[in-house]
Design a protein around this ligand. Structure first.
Ligand SMILES: [Zn+2]
Length: 165
């Protein structure tokens, strides 16, 4: 049995008590955060409900073109009113470089054809967050009156430190 098979079994139990959900989502804020599972309990970390938060997750997080598209939809179609970029200390994406990982995987697999792959590795979470804020803030389809704020979650203390652009 794989983890996914176990999850499918658990889902059948879950469905028995599945609550009635609203016809459409009504999140208030969109949070772009890392794929790191230690950031998964956003309602606890931020004091919001699951229903309040649109969550976009990428490594870092990195604001890619895809993420920008999702932010535009979240704001302009779904109706969120604020954008939070949530980075963190101890990120796995600071433990390698894009070039280094591409080289390693080309060697390990014997197939260099996907290289150079953009993994969006970075070094400093504060500097990285500053750059991601700029990418969002400068996009013409992100409305100027939508707040765009960035933070680094400290894994040791659980506190959010705001990153000024
Ligand atoms: Zn991370």
């Amino acid at each position: 049995m794989s983890i996914i098979d176990d999850a499918l079994n658990a889902n059948r139990d879950y469905a028995k008590t599945h609550p009635k959900l609203p016809q459409r989502p009504t999140p208030k804020i969109v949070v772009v955060t890392c794929m790191d599972p230690r950031l998964s309990d956003l309602p606890a970390i931020l004091g919001l409900t699951h229903a309040d938060i649109d969550v976009i997750r990428t490594g870092g997080p990195a604001v890619t073109e895809d993420v920008i598209a999702e932010l535009v939809v979240s704001n302009r179609v779904i109706g969120t009113m604020e954008i939070m970029i949530l980075n963190h200390t101890g990120c796995g994406f600071t433990t390698f470089t894009d070039d280094g990982l591409s080289t390693r995987l080309a060697a390990e697999t014997g197939d260099p054809s996907p290289a150079p792959m953009s993994f969006f590795a970075y070094r400093d979470p504060f500097q990285h967050t500053r750059e991601q804020i700029k990418k969002v803030r400068s996009h013409p389809w992100i409305a100027k009156d939508v707040p765009v704020r960035g933070f680094v979650f400290d894994m040791e203390t659980g506190l959010l430190g705001e990153v000024k652009a």
